[in-house]
Write a protein that binds this ligand. Structure first.
Ligand code: SF4
Length: 387
């Protein structure tokens, strides 16, 4: 049985320059049809879960929905599933899309964790990224949520923005700390091919416009190292490559992903992982709504994970966590047999000797030196394992 549910709300006010998530412009009547379809999908899937431990409503921008839709969705969830007494219900919120009434409604409906897309406290950076909000909007959103008793609040920040200096990143982090969120996600900006930002950067590189270049690799590593140290000094402990939490505030929903736990994803473009199979719903709202009118869940991509892929996922996801991979029976099960487990340790040896990986008790984990270049380490490890 599955205990974790993801719900995708693919609407945004405006597309951010760097974003490659599936989302379309918000349209109130289309959103209401979409929520009706989501309720149908919930109904079709409700027997897969007997007790929900986490629900994550992401997007897109869930907070763009009107109050009527939010009530409909959350009440439908409550009526369809049993919730664990300590269930974690997260909603992503974007500043500029939530007012007091919406915040209060969400709290009353049982949402107990809010993840706010702040991204930066520098207005020029926010404008450059194409965000709809400014720093003051972010402060107002946090204040409003706290006013209604939210005591598990996370903020997302982005570093490595074109033209960004380390001083600006330090200021954003400092402002974040002063607001005392319970959790901080700090992501390096990545240039995804299907984004407006990718095209802008490509054409500016051709025209040699240096003010539009990404910070160089050394600067990125400096920003990342500063983040880890500064947040640790302020009692935010790194538990994953990009995630930091005060004690007791790790995101349980995301931990399930990194542990390769099963989950169901509902909505257009949502992914599920059930019984060793990864599936994706069609990333098209109209096709999604149309299919559910006939009570058919439009799963368009279905991949049975091979043993090799499972092993890669296990290593890649396990090492993203700062505690690393636990070398126990489940490790041996995924390796296939004891000899393969020993071979894995042998293949890791060179990376251990050069200070990128280390043992801590029964765990193999990235060192501080390894975590700053984690993607390179994953590739090297896969090469050594012949994956
Ligand atoms: S608000 Fe989030 S999901 Fe929407 S376009 Fe911006 S980054 Fe993408």
């Amino acid at each position: 049985m599955i205990h974790n549910l993801y719900i995708h709300i693919p609407f945004c006010i405006k597309k951010c320059l760097y974003c490659d998530f599936y989302s379309v412009s918000y349209d109130e009547s289309l959103a209401e049809y979409y929520i009706d379809s989501l309720c149908k999908e919930i109904n079709l899937r409700k027997n897969c879960c007997n007790l929900l431990k986490t629900i994550y409503i992401g997007g897109g921008t869930p907070s763009v929905l009107n109050i009527k839709s939010l009530i409909k969705l959350l009440e439908y969830l409550q009526n369809s599933f049993n919730f664990a007494h300590d269930i974690e219900i997260t909603t992503e919120i974007n500043p500029g899309t939530i007012d007091e009434a919406k915040a209060q409604t969400l709290v009353i409906l049982g949402v107990n964790r809010f993840s706010i897309g702040v991204q930066s406290f520098n207005n020029e950076e926010l404008k450059f990224l194409g965000r709809i909000h400014n720093s003051a909007d972010a402060l107002r959103t946090i204040k409003t949520l706290r006013k209604y008793g939210v005591n598990n609040l996370s903020i997302d920040l982005i570093y490595g923005i074109p033209g960004q200096k380390i001083e600006s990143w330090e200021k954003s982090l400092n402002k974040a700390i002063n607001l005392s969120p319970d959790h901080i996600s700090a992501y390096e900006l990545t240039l995804e091919e299907n984004t407006v930002l990718y095209k802008i950067m490509k054409s500016s590189a051709k025209r040699n416009k240096s003010n539009l270049s990404l910070p160089d690799e050394d600067n990125i590593i400096d920003m990342y190292n500063y983040t880890i140290d500064y947040l640790a000094t302020n009692h935010y402990y790194q538990y994953e490559i990009s995630n930091f939490a005060k004690i007791g505030f790790k995101c349980l929903h995301n931990l399930n992903y990194w542990d390769r736990g099963e989950y169901i994803g509902l909505g257009a473009g949502a992914h599920s992982f059930i019984d060793g199979i990864r599936k994706k719903n069609v990333a098209d709202i109209n096709k999604y709504i149309h299919s559910l009118k006939s009570d058919i869940i439009p799963e368009t991509e279905i991949f049975k994970i091979t043993k090799e892929e499972a092993l890669k996922e296990f290593i890649f996801l396990g090492l993203r966590k700062t505690e690393g991979i636990k070398l126990d029976n489940s490790f041996l099960a995924i390796m296939g047999n004891k000899n393969k487990g020993i071979n894995f340790i042998e293949c890791s040896r060179e990376l251990i000797d050069s200070g990128y990986l280390e043992f801590q008790g029964n765990y193999l984990k990235l060192t501080r030196k390894g975590i700053t270049v984690s993607n390179t380490i994953f590739v090297k490890l896969f090469e050594k394992l012949g994956l």
